[in-house]
Design a protein around this ligand. Structure first.
Ligand code: HEC
Length: 317
């Protein structure tokens, strides 16, 4: 005869099992406050109380039928803490029942005997848990959204879209009026550039179909400030050449993306090594020397001295 698990342990295990099963079907913890869950838990506890009262009666009857030694052993076992008893019962092979004797099965081969050794109880316990879990899992998987990766993906995707929307509502987009150079956005700007611009302006903006962006020459001059001019061209496109589309006005890029890519191009242009005449490595200069270029006048003089035909651009109205 074995000591029974204290009531509170059985109660905790049963509540956890019920919660586990609810979780599988509901897929979040909102059930914890639901009436159905609470009612199930209360009914389970009431049933457990009844079972525990009945088993105490049964145990008392069984106890009477034990031999004095067995009664002694039972009382000794009951005095231990339940966990100590459980540990010993699970891991000590020699139990009272077998008394250390292991049965030999009545067949053999080549003198090899097969012993009928009991499996350890912790092992059988785990085996039982996997079976119960497997059954609940199978039912939950078949009839609910539990553990369906595609459903979880959809839910997370929808949630992310929601968060992006909220984020965009709270962070205003840059406009031509508000925009300014931000060195912290250069890295993000390069990503935008590599995705939308590199095909025409080439890596490092050295120029291809579109003009070289690292020199002091500009075709489109709409603003007296270099950074704002970049923003303007990317937002409104080129007024002369439809290949350079109005990324902002056509809503292909948002204001903050344009601010980032403009920061990248501005930074690149500031750091680029320029020749005396304002040209730079890459595609040959197109347009006029920009009025904002640091040495516009000096460059002009130097270039004319070399006999080159250069003129200073003016801001288009
Ligand atoms: C389809 C090819 C193409 C793409 C893509 C493109 N551009 Fe352009 N871009 C051009 C051409 C062509 C010009 C010259 C327009 C003109 O002649 O007025 C230009 C001009 C410019 C100018 C003005 C340069 C000047 O000298 O006037 C800027 C700034 C610019 N592009 C930035 C960008 C950025 C930033 C992107 C990416 C968001 C981009 N471009 C994408 C073709 C392109």
């Amino acid at each position: 005869m074995k000591p029974r698990a204290p009531f509170y342990i059985t109660a905790i295990i049963v509540i956890l099992l019920i919660a586990g099963a609810f979780y599988m079907f509901v897929d979040n913890f909102s059930f914890l406050t639901s009436t159905l869950f609470l009612a199930t838990a209360i009914v389970a506890i009431l049933l457990l109380l009844i079972i525990s009262a009945l088993s105490r009666l049964v145990d008392a009857e069984k106890f009477k039928k034990l031999s004095p030694e067995q009664q002694q052993a039972y009382l000794k076992a009951s005095k231990q803490s339940y966990f100590t008893w459980l540990w010993n019962d699970a891991f000590n092979k020699k139990t009272q029942e077998t008394d250390g004797e292991v049965k030999v099965l009545d067949h053999g081969f080549d003198g090899i005997k097969e012993l009928d050794n009991l499996l350890p109880k912790w092992y059988l316990g785990l085996f039982g848990i996997t079976i119960v879990y497997g059954v609940v899992y199978l039912i939950a998987y078949s009839f609910t959204d539990f553990a369906h990766a595609d459903k979880e993906y959809d839910a997370e995707y929808a949630q992310q879209l929601e968060e992006i929307k909220k984020h965009e509502e709270t962070t205003p987009q840059a406009t031509l009026e508000t925009t300014k150079f931000d060195p912290a956005k250069v890295a993000d700007g390069q990503k935008v550039y590599d995705a939308y611009c590199v095909s025409c302006h080439d890596a490092g903006a050295k120029g291809n179909i579109g003009p070289n962006q690292t020199d002091d020459y500009w075709i489109n001059i709409y603003q007296s400030d270099e950074f704002k001019n970049i923003f303007d061209v990317v937002w409104n496109g080129s007024r002369n050449n439809p290949s350079m589309v109005a990324f902002g006005a056509l809503e292909q890029l948002k204001g903050n993306q344009i601010e980032a890519v403009a920061s990248y191009l501005y930074d690149l242009n500031q750091k680029a090594k320029k020749n005396a005449d304002g040209s730079a490595e890459g595609k040959e200069p197109q347009g006029d020397i920009a009025p904002w270029s640091e040495n516009a006048q000096t460059e002009l003089q130097a270039a004319t001295a070399e006999g080159k035909d250069v003129k200073i651009g003016t801001v288009a109205q």
